[in-house]
Ligand binder design. Structure first.
Ligand SMILES: Cc1ncc(COP(=O)(O)O)c(C=O)c1O
Length: 413
């Protein structure tokens, strides 16, 4: 039976599984089957399930890298990377992405982070330090009530005053609501949602920036962009200006590596201006390569290598194609849901389609994320159209919804 399952996998999903081995641990082998099956209908969370790291792992093992314990503790942006680290590659990664986020190479600092949350942590921490250094005052953090919870958690963790700003129905921060809660006597640390988690809303940075600019009495402003998912694909579309420091005038940005880019475990990017970096508290640590301004000591040395690898193996051309496919499939999913009369909504530039929540077995099969909003009739779910959510899979999903709707509407015998 097990052989038959493996044979079917090879037939369906190619040679990746040809040399699949069992581990000899029943529990682990059982879970591998669960993960492989689950991956086929993984619709609800923003994770690229088509990682292109197979040959990375071949290289890694064939060179014996698995027994070399590297650590990126220290600053990757110096000219003297630590020998037993991959900081030289980490710096390449930051410098590769810097122009995609509108930073000049002589005015950027950054690291490969542990996750989008880690990037937000740096954005909020760096923002608070920067503002304090400029004004001698503690800032107030402003974030919309639809933004990712990590931002609220991090403001709390860093003991910062925070004001939640109401968002509109579609999930965008309402400028008039910001105006209502704004305290212009204190520095402003605003976090912009560049793709709110459930509805995929983008805060209107141009309007919100203009509002803040009108208040010339504010001692200082710092804008951090939480672009965990959208910061992956938008730079590779015609809408790249939306994630550009030059166009949108933010000070820092955080992006996840395991979402769009296809790193196979949590990682991310954090980038900020040199001015922000220069306004951090000094932590000269004699046993590391200089000034430790980032939060963590040890940092993963393998994730930067994976990023570096993907830049070469997938690169701008591949990511542009993937971004196009994602946008096309998002429009397709919305259209198909409209066609069967299933209430569904999607924000502009977003790959997240939210809709009336289907029954529990469909939610479970497709790993749908669930939400609730009275404005849209209560119980909701969403699909995040990532690389693995193809038109063929969308057809099967929409058919399941239609079959269920037809069966529910049919008169009972
Ligand atoms: C908008 C947004 N920000 C931050 C995060 C957290 O990112 P990570 O899971 O990489 O920590 C998420 C995760 O889904 C998100 O959607």
């Amino acid at each position: 039976m097990k052989k038959l399952v493996i044979f079917l996998f090879v037939l369906l999903f190619g040679t990746h599984y040809m040399d699949a081995q069992t581990s000899g641990f029943q529990k682990l082998d059982d879970w591998v089957e669960i993960w492989k099956t689950g991956q086929q209908t993984y619709f609800g969370y923003p994770v690229n399930q088509k990682s292109a790291l197979r040959d990375f792992y071949d290289w890694y093992l064939s060179t014996g890298m698995e027994v070399i314990n590297l650590n990126n503790a220290g600053d990757p942006m110096t000219d003297e990377p630590w020998k037993m680290s991959s900081q030289a590659f980490e710096r390449d990664v930051i410098e590769y992405f810097a122009p995609y986020y509108g930073f000049d190479l002589n005015d950027v600092w950054g690291i490969v982070t542990h996750s989008g949350t880690d990037g937000n942590s740096h954005g909020i921490y760096f923002g608070a330090n920067y503002l304090y250094n400029k004004t001698g005052q503690e800032p107030i953090v402003y974030v919309s009530d639809e933004a990712h919870y990590s931002n609220m958690r991090l403001a709390h963790l860093q003991n910062l005053d925070m004001r939640l700003v109401k968002s509109d129905k579609m999930g965008r921060m309402i400028p008039e609501e910001l105006e209502k809660v704004l305290d212009t006597s204190r520095p402003v640390l605003i976090v912009y949602a560049m793709g709110s988690t459930f509805k995929g809303a983008i805060d209107d940075m141009a309007t919100l920036n203009a509002l803040l600019d009108r208040h010339t009495e504010i001692p200082a402003v710092y804008r951090h962009v939480d672009a965990a998912l959208f910061g992956g694909y938008l730079p590779f579309t015609e809408h790249r200006e939306m994630v550009s420091h030059k166009a949108m005038h933010f000070e820092s940005i955080a992006i996840s590596g395991h979402k769009f880019f296809g790193i196979d475990s949590p990682s991310g990017l954090f980038l900020c201006t040199r001015e922000v970096y220069d306004n951090q508290a000094d932590f000269n640590v004699t046993y590391l390569n200089g000034n430790m301004r980032m939060i963590n000591c040890s940092r993963d040395a393998v994730q930067p290598l994976k990023f570096w690898w993907l830049i070469r193996k997938v690169g701008a051309e591949g990511w542009s194609r993937q971004a196009e496919q994602i946008m096309e499939c998002t429009a397709y999913l919305k259209q198909q849901l409209d066609n069967i009369g299933w209430p569904a909504w999607v924000n502009k530039y977003s790959n997240t389609v939210f809709f009336r929540r289907p029954p529990a077995d469909i939610v479970q099969l497709y790993t749908l994320a669930q939400g609730y909003d009275e404005n849209f009739g209560g119980e909701l779910a969403h699909v995040v159209v990532m690389q693995q959510v193809t038109k063929e899979k969308i057809d099967v999903f929409v058919k399941a919804l239609k079959d269920w709707a037809d069966a529910s509407a049919a008169p009972k015998p």
